[in-house]
Design a protein around this ligand. Structure first.
Ligand code: ADP
Ligand code: ADP
Length: 232
């Protein structure tokens, strides 16, 4: 469902060039939980921003469901962002809006009617386990609850792919496990493809089916988690 072929991403800065993604080819299957792990600076964020169309590759091809991401018109890009949505390390919630307003926000942008929005928000609140917190503001929520809002908002327009950018890195170990359990539930219930980037081995070992290990922009190992991380 997601195909990267010979992808390069080079940034030009005042001091020269940085090759953040260096000849990466990967294929991610439908309904898979796919992890990308590496230290800071390995190129993970660049790769995930390429996948959601926030950055364009310097060279190479990125296809989602057979469509080349860098060839999308701005209208197609808006539709694409509904199909490929994202959650963030620092949640990126709207602080002046309540839980239900945050979740409804992408539905409002998509032009969904008030009645339909209300029904959908109710379903999403139940799915992520936030019943009773609908009227709360983000500042009144724990980190885990904030990420639940982020997940519900990301799922609002029924995406096919969920991209997770260090989604549990700001959470304590117990909350991390609860959020990872929720991602597994969503993957199973909705058949949603999940691509996550992380620097934490635990996250990969707990929920990923396959993994790519990145170093200096290069994928140095790739395959089933049990094969890549088995002890010799
Ligand atoms: P990671 O997410 O694994 O920490 P990044 O993709 O953020 O890796 O960074 C990979 C490399 O690209 C780093 O050397 C980083 O400094 C550089 N880089 C990332 N974004 C930019 C940018 N917008 N401009 C210039 N260099 C960047
Ligand atoms: P961190 O680098 O700490 O993990 P994030 O990944 O949450 O931070 O995002 C860094 C910044 O980039 C945030 O301020 C966020 O608003 C912005 N950003 C990243 N991805 C997107 C996106 N897909 N849409 C809108 N803003 C984004």
């Amino acid at each position: 469902m997601i195909q990267l072929q010979d992808v390069f991403k080079k940034y030009t800065t005042s001091t020269g060039h940085v090759v953040a993604v260096d000849n990466v080819s990967l294929s991610i299957q439908e309904s898979e939980i796919y992890g990308i792990i590496g230290y800071s600076g390995a190129g993970k964020s660049s790769l995930i921003r390429l996948l959601n169309g926030l950055e364009r590759p310097t060279a190479g091809s990125i296809q989602v469901n057979g469509k080349e991401v860098s060839n999308l018109s701005s209208k197609q890009m808006r539709q694409f962002r509904q199909k490929v949505s994202m959650i963030f390390q620092h949640f990126n919630l709207l602080w002046s809006r309540t839980v239900e307003e945050n979740i409804a926000f992408p539905l409002e942008i998509a032009g969904v009617s008030k009645e339909e929005r209300d029904t959908r928000v109710k379903e999403l609140v139940a799915l992520v386990g936030l019943e009773g917190r609908e009227k709360a503001y983000p500042s009144q929520l724990s980190g885990g609850q904030k990420q639940r809002v982020g997940i519900a908002r990301a799922l609002a327009n029924r995406p096919e792919v969920l991209l997770c950018d260090e989604a549990t890195s700001a959470l304590d170990p117990e909350t991390t496990d609860q959020i990872l359990d929720l991602l597994v539930t969503i993957n199973k219930q909705l058949g949603l493809t999940i691509v996550l980037i992380t620097h934490e081995m635990h996250v990969i070992q707990k929920i990923c089916h396959r993994v790519a290990v990145m170093e200096n922009g290069v994928v140095v190992e790739e395959g089933k988690v049990i094969d890549v991380f088995k002890n010799p």
